[in-house]
Each structure stands twice: as structure tokens, then as C-alpha cells.
Design a binder for this molecule. Structure first.
Ligand code: HSE
Length: 433
């Protein structure tokens, strides 16, 4: 058997601990798959391992990831600290800069610096694998890069943040508050260190930017992603969606349009009964449409074991000599990303209005929509709660047929100016299967 692949690992949080545990526990099985052992020989972490049951007594320990990345005694550097800045960036650059292979699960790093990092990797002929950066254990990067290498992809979209899907599912099924569900997701180890990255949609934005690059052969452009989080979603929206035959999901969507690639992250209404609509809890799902086939991958998108499985799979690839270009083509072949402006987005909308209950309100709402050519698929006004006073606003819910974002925003501005709303409208885009 060949010499072992010696692994230096930085970061012993949820994922780092799980990777260390998997490498130690399954060494023999991995050696069979890779054709040689994969040995964890050194770790760098400023904190003790998240999993305190880990026995790292035979492993070299330090708190300097950059020194580990470029030091002697390892063949591959595994970065599991997270974050787009240092020390993650500096240590990955240090390893690639001496031609050392790198495996990372760091979506923020790839989303912000993916293009410059693969150029560095190419320059020094170093492998650079990041399967775990998107979709946790779901092999979506391999699917886009290798499995669908012959297809022309037109859209990739899905549920890419387990924390948000967990929160939305728990709220909808159990009628519990947003804060309560978030706390639980944190306790279960799904959420980022700063959960604003999850609920604000930024984690999903990083992931969809990476998928868009792989799908469309363009440089990663995280700044081009339109982002809305789930903070404004209320139980009222989830109930109304249910009544109307929809579920609300935080989706990342990248779609080829006539003007470029539209990349967006926002709460989205998807039909109940659709694959995406039925994905509950921390599970992720990625749907891919292409000229040759459509498919959906479903699986755990967060959590130590699932994410560690993807990191370890990258290590098995390296150990066995399987090597591909990180974005499926050389960096010189990646196109500059052309952003499609969000105001040109075409689609249906759910709009919840707190309407002043007086004659002419419905006419004003419908009139402003009609002036801009917006056709309404349904309009529902619920009775006020009996406990509310007679001048309390009445909830009005509109579903539009496909229209243009600019027209919809302009209609809502006009309705606001007509003085028939008691609060800002809630808008949720609808995504067709
Ligand atoms: N915080 C992320 C999530 C972890 O909830 O999906 C996986 O990237």
C-alpha cells in the first residue's frame, strides 16, 4: 500500500470535530477506498474540540493555522475554521502558495475569493476541493461539475440553509415563534456562529453564488446576489400560504436570463406537494434544470456528520489521485458574471396588505395593479378578528400572475400613496417548479 496521506486540520468546531472523529474511526475503511491510509497528523485550533469525547492524544496540536498550512509533515491542509477573512484566507493561501492541496467547507471564502484562490491553486498546481461548502453532505458540487458536464444548465435553485428551513418548518407546523425556533436550531448545531448569516440570507447567497459559477461557467460573484432574509415572515404569512396551497421557503435561485444570470435569495412561495415544498426541517434540496434532464438532490445540509462526510470524500479523492478543475474548467475559461437586474425579474407574487376597511379600498388596489398590466390570480379579504375594533385594518391577500418586479413595486407605491394601507405591504415571490 502507498504511503499515507497526512492531513493537517484547522478548526475543531462542529464540522472540524466530526471530520477528526470520522478520520480516526474509519481509517481502515477509508484506506480501502483510497488505496492508502488517510492519517490525521496535526490539528490547529484556538479552542478545545467541540466534541469533547475526541481522543487527540496522538495528534500534534497547535493554535496557529497558517504555520500548520505551510509547515512540514502534512500532505494536505483542511480548513474548517470558516469566515472569508483571516486566518482562513491566509492559511488557505499559504498552503496553495507552496503547491499543497487544500480541502475546505468554507462557503464564505469560496464565494468571496473563489476566483483568486483557484488562480493561485492553478499557478502552483495544487488541488483545491470544497464539496462541503454547499449543501452539507449533498454532493451537489460534483453533480454540477462532473455529473452534468454534458448538459446545458438553465436554472439551479433550492433550499440551501438548514437553519432557515428548520425555523420556517417549526413555525408552520407548530405555530411557534421565530425566536424560539432559532434558539433550537442553534442548540442543535445547525446555525452559523453569527446566526444573522443564516436568517439574513447571506449564507444562502454565498452558496448560490458558488452553484451559479459551477452551473454557468462564470466567475463567482457573491456581490451580484439579491438578498432578503426570513426575518419579516410571520405566522400570518405561513397560514395564508397554507390556505392558498403553498409553502414558504428561503430559496437561493440562479437562472439564465436574456440579459445575464439572475441570482437571488428570498423567502419564496412554492407549491405544496412539489419536491421543494415538501422539504422540512434542516434538510436541503437543490433542483437543477437543464436541456438534457431535470433533477433534485435532497439531503442533510448542515450538521457535523453530514458535512464531515463531504470533507472526507474530498480527502478520499485526493488520496486516490482523482483530480478535477475546481470550477469544472480552467480559470481562464470562466466568463465574467453578467448580472441580471432584479427589477427585471419576472414571476408571480404573494402580497399581504393591511387594508383600511373603507369603500374604494379594493377598487384602488385592483385599479393600481390593472394600470400596470398586472393580472390578479386571486384576491382574498379575511374577516377581521371579532376581538378587533371596527376601524382595525383588514388583511387582504393578493396572488398575481407572472409580472415584472418593477411594475409590482410601482403599483404598491401607488397604493400606499392612495392612503388605503395601514402598514407596509408584505411581498413574497412565487417560484414555479
Ligand atoms: N448554517 C448553515 C445552515 C450550515 O444552517 O445550513 C451549513 O452551511
Amino acid at each position: 500500500m502507498e504511503a499515507p496521506l497526512r492531513v493537517g486540520l484547522a478548526g475543531l468546531g462542529t464540522v472540524g470535530s466530526a471530520v477528526a472523529g470520522m478520520l480516526l474511526r474509519t481509517r481502515d475503511k477509508l484506506a480501502d477506498r483510497a488505496g492508502r491510509p488517510i492519517d490525521l497528523v496535526a490539528v490547529a485550533s484556538k479552542d478545545p474540540p467541540r466534541d469533547q469525547s475526541l481522543d487527540l492524544s496522538s495528534i500534534k496540536r497547535s493554535d496557529d493555522p497558517v504555520a500548520l498550512a505551510k509547515g512540514e509533515g502534512i500532505d494536505v491542509f483542511v480548513e474548517l475554521m470558516g469566515g472569508s477573512g483571516d486566518p482562513a484566507k491566509a492559511s488557505v493561501e499559504a498552503a496553495l502558495g507552496i503547491g499543497r492541496p487544500v480541502v475546505t467547507a468554507n462557503k464564505a471564502l469560496i464565494a468571496k475569493h473563489g476566483t483568486s484562490l483557484i488562480k493561485l491553486a492553478e499557478k502552483h498546481n495544487a488541488a483545491f476541493n470544497f464539496e462541503a461548502a454547499v449543501g452539507g453532505g449533498i454532493p451537489v458540487i460534483k453533480t454540477l461539475r462532473e455529473g452534468l458536464g454534458g448538459a446545458e444548465i438553465s436554472r439551479v435553485y433550492g433550499i440551501l440553509n438548514g437553519t432557515c428551513n428548520y425555523i420556517l418548518t417549526q413555525m408552520q407546523k407548530e405555530g411557534r415563534s421565530f425566536e424560539d425556533c432559532l434558539k433550537e436550531a442553534q442548540k442543535l448545531g445547525y446555525a452559523e456562529a453569527d446566526p444573522t448569516f443564516d436568517i439574513g440570507g447571506f449564507d444562502t447567497a454565498h452558496k448560490i453564488a458558488i452553484l451559479a459559477s459551477l452551473a454557468f461557467g462564470a466567475e463567482v460573484d457573491a456581490d451580484a446576489v439579491y438578498v432578503e432574509g426570513i426575518q419579516s415572515i410571520t405566522l400570518a404569512d405561513l397560514e395564508a400560504a397554507d390556505d392558498l396551497g403553498y409553502r414558504v421557503k428561503l430559496l437561493g435561485v440562479a437562472v439564465k436570463t436574456d440579459t445575464g444570470v439572475e441570482q437571488r435569495v428570498h423567502p419564496t412561495m412554492v407549491p405544496k406537494g412539489s419536491v421543494i415544498g415538501e422539504i422540512d426541517g434542516v434538510t436541503n434540496a437543490v433542483a437543477i434544470n437543464s436541456d438534457a434532464l431535470d433533477l433534485t438532490l435532497v439531503g442533510p445540509g448542515a450538521g457535523g456528520a453530514a458535512t464531515a462526510s463531504a470533507v472526507v470524500a474530498d480527502l478520499v479523492d485526493l488520496a486516490s489521485g482523482r483530480r478535477v478543475m475546481p470550477f469544472g474548467r480552467g480559470s481562464a475559461k470562466l466568463k465574467k458574471a453578467v448580472r441580471a437586474p432584479m427589477q427585471d425579474h419576472e414571476g408571480g407574487y404573494y402580497i399581504r396588505l393591511a387594508a383600511v376597511d373603507k369603500p374604494g379600498t379594493a377598487a384602488s388596489i385592483a385599479g393600481r395593479m390593472a394600470e400596470r398590466g398586472i393580472s390578479l390570480e386571486s384576491i382574498v379579504q379575511h374577516r377581521r378578528d371579532k376581538k378587533q375594533s371596527s376601524d382595525a385594518p383588514a388583511p387582504v391577500i393578493l396572488i398575481t400572475y407572472a409580472t415584472n418586479e418593477d411594475a409590482m413595486r410601482s403599483a404598491l407605491d401607488a397604493i400606499k400613496k392612495d392612503g388605503v394601507l395601514a402598514a407596509d405591504p408584505q411581498v413574497i415571490r412565487i417560484e414555479k417548479n
